[in-house]
Write a protein that binds this ligand. Structure first.
Ligand code: 6PG
Length: 243
């Protein structure tokens, strides 16, 4: 596991963007599509804007990349809370990504049907569901994607995508499961800010209690895990070095 700790959020985002471009170009140089699952929330928005602006935009292989979503809020595509909407507005539209390269969750059906359809859609693009890169955020409660503490989906090991009923407001989300995420070749966490420091400590150094700290479930079966964090988010870490 590689933990990149940089001084400011902008430095974190710059390094992550450069590393993503390098990964995408390497995949495409092997004559195959680069498959990437985007994370939602607010942290990645500046990353997406940076990738879609020069000098990185002309280096990124947009037409050779398939964009999926690690999770989605169960809201209409045009709802401000929709992760795909945020990604389109921050990056995909500006980069003129072909519509058939944006694989968004269909939230116009029931949550269970949306999860089932998304799993089928993913399976339709892979012989083995192994993403080149899955980008993840971290909630201050140590959730990632929509793998929230003490939710049933944490125990799911067969399905690749599941619906999740949020305990606090009965809303729904659709999420990639830990099984699918852990199959990825590369898993990158992006998190920054003081409000994430306790979660970062709990996940990286806390007691092993995955149902309380779900991001602890993220452990690639054969791939690579990297963290991209700023000094504020790292401020509760006791260990100074990570392998
Ligand atoms: C979502 C994300 C979620 C997010 C964390 C952190 O749909 O919200 O997938 O897992 O990454 O909640 O969100 P922030 O970046 O907004 O702090």
């Amino acid at each position: 596991m590689q933990v990149n700790i940089l001084q400011t959020p902008d430095e974190v985002i710059q390094k992550l963007a450069e590393d993503i471009v390098e990964l995408a170009r390497a995949a495409v140089s092997e004559n195959r599509l680069f498959t990437m699952a985007l994370s939602g929330g607010s942290s990645p928005k500046k990353l997406y804007q940076l990738l879609a602006s020069e000098p990185l935009a002309s280096k990124f292989p947009w037409s050779d990349t398939l964009f999926f979503f690690g999770d989605e809020r169960y809201v209409p595509q045009d709802d401000p809370a929709n992760n795909a909407k945020m990604a389109r507005e921050a990056m995909l539209t500006a980069a003129s990504v072909p519509e058939n390269h944006i694989l968004a969750v269909n939230t116009s059906v029931s949550p269970a049907e949306a999860a089932k359809q998304y799993e089928e859609q993913i399976k339709g693009h892979f012989t083995e569901p192994v993403f080149d890169l899955i980008l993840l955020g971290l909630g201050d409660d140590s959730h990632t994607a929509s793998l929230f503490p003490h939710t049933k989906v944490l125990a799911e090991t067969e399905a690749l995508v599941k619906e999740v009923k949020m305990l606090h407001d009965n809303s729904w989300r659709i999420t990639m499961t830990r099984t699918l995420i852990n199959h990825a070749r590369h898993i990158f966490f992006l998190t920054y800010g003081k409000n994430k420091a306790i979660a970062v400590h709990n996940v990286l150094e806390g007691e092993r209690y995955e149902f309380q700290f779900p991001a602890q479930f993220i452990d690639p079966t054969a791939g690579e895990l990297r963290w991209y964090i700023d000094v504020e988010a790292a401020s509760r870490l006791e260990r100074t070095r990570y392998a």
